[in-house]
Write a protein that binds this ligand. Sequence first.
Ligand code: CU
Length: 68
Amino acid sequence: METTKFSIPNISCGHCVKSIQKELGDMDGVIAVEGDPGAKEITVSWDAPATEENIKSTLKEINYPAAG
Ligand SMILES: [Cu+2]
C-alpha cells in the first residue's frame, strides 16, 4: 500500500474535504482518504489499480487540482 500526501489549494472548508473523500473513495484501489482543511492537504492510502497519476487526474476533474 502507498500513502501519498497532496496539497490542494482549492480546499476552503470541511465540506471540500468531504467531497474529495467521496469522489476519491469511489476509485478502485483507494483505501482511505484523510483530509486537513486547515493545512489544505489530503492524505490518500491507495493500491493498484489506483495510481498517483489517476488520483491527480480525478482531483483535477472535480476541481480540486493538486499543487505541484
Ligand atoms: Cu469547502
